[in-house]
Ligand binder design. Structure first.
Ligand SMILES: [Zn+2]
Length: 229
């Protein structure tokens, strides 16, 4: 009797809420309600030999593949979630989106061959101010669903660059070009999924790839929550 009632009591006092809109979830719903889930439209870029994310990096870095999880529309739910993630101290949003997308790509090549997920690092000072790295939270969710590790020690950010938002594409690239370094903890061979929260120009990811692909036995794919223009 107690075993049966206890989860119901728990549900009564600590009801599970949708991470996107905070409504109470039904038994069948996990972390996100059906209404919000419907508004998060999958890109299916991971299944495509040609997609807008690959196009953004074409001719710049030699990637295995590149993808983003959900379609970004101005004023849409995803834009609202990304805003909360960045400015509203809600790191669990990136984690939950990572868990959802990890389940989608874990059986899809080349993503199923990845051995380590690396989030784009924030400079330690910036991370201290914000309290978390949103790319790392996305990596954590992906890693859990894909049943592989994520690593924050191999690739580090050595320069605290100024904000990218007001800069042109060339300025952005120059700004981050030398901001990253590989540490001696990194192995000689790795198949990496490099992840960020949002891809805009791709300058930051390109700089990270430059460092990782300097090692000839490294393969790199890219995943982010969304692609914005
Ligand atoms: Zn919801």
């Amino acid at each position: 009797m107690f075993q049966k009632v206890y989860p119901l009591l728990l549900q009564l006092f600590y009801p599970k809420l949708c991470f996107a809109c905070q409504v109470h979830l039904t038994k069948k719903e996990q972390s996100i309600c059906a209404t919000c889930r419907y508004q998060l439209v999958p890109t299916n870029f991971h299944n495509k030999a040609k997609n807008p994310v690959l196009d953004r990096f074409w001719g710049r870095v030699n990637l295995e593949h590149a993808t983003t999880a959900f379609v970004f529309t101005k004023k849409g739910l995803l834009q609202q979630l990304i805003h909360q993630l960045k400015y509203d101290n809600q790191p669990q949003i990136a984690y939950e989106l990572g868990k959802i997308y990890g389940k989608v790509i874990r059986h899809v090549p080349p993503y199923k061959h990845v051995d380590t997920i690396i989030p784009v690092p924030l400079h330690p000072k910036k991370q201290h101010i914000r309290g978390y790295n949103q790319a790392e939270k996305f990596a954590e969710g992906l890693a859990e669903s894909m049943n592989i590790n994520y690593n924050t020690e191999w690739l580090i950010r050595t320069e605290n660059t100024s904000t990218q938002t007001q800069k042109s594409r060339l300025e952005r690239f120059k700004n981050v070009q030398s901001a990253f370094e590989l540490t001696t903890t990194a192995p000689a061979t790795a198949n990496i999924l490099l992840v960020d929260d949002v891809i805009t120009t791709g300058a930051t990811l390109e700089a990270c790839c430059g460092v990782l692909l300097a090692l000839k036995n490294y393969k790199v794919s890219i995943a982010a929550i969304a692609l914005t223009s």
